[in-house]
Design a protein around this ligand. Structure first.
Ligand SMILES: *Cc1c(COP(=O)(O)O)cnc(C)c1O
Length: 429
């Protein structure tokens, strides 16, 4: 597989390099040179396969001979140890539940495949993974790499801006997992990570590696559950399929669009955000004007400068699609709350992230269409918020209940690159 840097097309790398480097020069994102296409017949055959076999084929179509078929099957099997079921919510709407993994959010798919791929391509090299999280990436990455040899993980998150349970889920592990609460917001954490990657000396000294949604292996893994969703639909539902994606850094939507470029017949997508609405405003006005990030109930989507956006622009340009055709909506906290209640009355327990995608879909779905929205997190992952909204208690799955009792092992730091750099250098193997 060949990939190029979106900021400098002359920088070309293999899959192994892209997975290990994360970002290219000048903080550019890597993008596949070839976008593999399946014929209608090939899609038909893929849809009949089981999730693991099909996913290995999809990933091999991109990655090629850098990972042989047997290895790929094993990596995918290790990574995807949980289902992605479509649950019917209304006659014309279903929820693709991506939260049945160990940290109860869709990021388990990308995080676990990335961990597997990295161990595979890095052989015995020592690696430090540095990533910023607005909530869920951290937990997924931490659990995906926990106890893996020659790899340590450092996770930055905005202090007080993620849910207490989210924090417990990844800041209680210890061993090769280090967590740092930064006294600022998510964009500041992301900026610190980018600074570290621009620091060539630091990079080589500690074998720096990224693991957030910018890593191409995560995006490729996420393509697989769009196929898995499609495989579960009836012929009628497949005819005019609309998919609504609750978006923060826009990795999930990028993966969905890549599924479409491969030939999966998806009629259109809707990009649903919370009040951090840089993309919906951009699609309306043509002007890219990020505002200051605001805190919302759907905190994993509190991103005002989505870092995967250049990849989406690239897909539209390469495929000759019109960006204006991308559906979009920004949903306020007030409407998210009402929507969680509305879904509960229909007998479907949700949480603010998924509810935002449902709201946009319900409002924009047309006669004859079938809609899927992505359920990106388990309702219990946002227990306090959901209980507050519904006025009753909901139970915790056992993975969370056990973690909730453990002490936090985080370090605390101001938004100061020098301090972070010192910390990273001081870590020993
Ligand atoms: C990360 C996250 C999102 C946003 O996904 P992106 O790929 O960053 O757009 C949505 N919902 C939940 C629960 C998340 O954790």
């Amino acid at each position: 597989m060949k990939l190029y840097n979106l900021k400098d097309h002359s920088e070309q790398v293999s899959f192994a390099q892209a997975v290990q480097q994360g970002l290219g020069k000048g903080q550019g994102l890597f993008f596949p040179e070839q976008l593999p296409k399946f014929s209608a017949q090939e899609i038909e055959a893929l849809l009949k396969m089981d999730f693991i076999t099909r996913s290995a084929k999809i990933l091999s179509a991109f990655i090629g001979n850098e990972i042989n078929d047997n290895d790929m099957h094993r990596l995918v099997q290790n990574a995807f140890q949980f289902p992605a079921p479509v649950k019917s919510v209304e006659d014309d709407i279903g929820s693709l539940e991506l939260y049945h993994g160990p940290t109860l959010a869709f990021k388990d798919f990308g995080g676990r495949f990335m961990a597997q791929a990295l161990v595979q391509v890095a052989a015995d090299k020592k690696i430090t993974i540095l990533t910023a999280t607005s909530g869920d990436t951290g937990a997924a990455v931490a659990h995906a790499f926990y106890h893996l040899p020659n790899i340590r993980v450092v996770i930055l998150y905005p202090e007080g801006k993620i849910s207490p349970l989210q924090e417990k889920l990844f800041c209680t592990l210890g061993d090769n997992i280090h967590t740092i609460a930064i006294q600022s917001d998510f964009d500041a954490c992301q900026a610190l990570v980018k600074k570290a990657f621009d620091d060539e000396e630091l990079k080589t000294t500690i074998g720096l590696n990224s693991a957030n949604s910018i890593n191409i292996s995560r995006l490729l893994a996420q393509i697989c559950y769009y196929f898995e969703a499609y495989a579960q639909l009836t012929a009628k539902q497949r005819e005019q399929l609309v998919i609504s994606v609750p978006s923060g850094n826009f990795g999930d939507l990028t993966a969905g669009l890549l599924a479409k470029t491969m030939g999966l017949p998806i009629k259109r997508f809707i990009a649903a955000t919370n009040a951090n609405d840089t993309v919906p405003r951009y699609l309306e006005t043509g002007k890219w004007e990020p505002h200051k990030t605001v805190a919302t109930l759907s905190n994993a989507m509190d991103v005002s400068q989505p870092n995967n956006w250049p990849r989406i622009e690239e897909i539209y340009q390469r495929e000759g699609w019109v960006l204006k055709s991308l559906g979009h909506a920004a949903v306020s906290d007030e409407v998210s709350v009402k929507t969680v209640q509305e879904l509960d009355k229909k007998g479907y327990l949700s949480e603010p992230h998924g509810a935002i995608a449902y709201r946009a879909l319900r409002d924009q779905l047309q006669e004859g269409e079938y809609g899927l929205f992505l359920g990106t997190a388990h309702p219990a992952k946002f227990k306090e918020v959901v209980e507050d909204i519904l006025g009753r208690s909901i139970s915790l799955p056992s993975a969370l209940a056990e973690r909730a009792e453990m002490p936090l092992l985080s370090h605390y730091m101001p938004d100061d690159f020098t301090k972070l750099r010192d910390f990273l250098i001081s870590l020993t193997w």
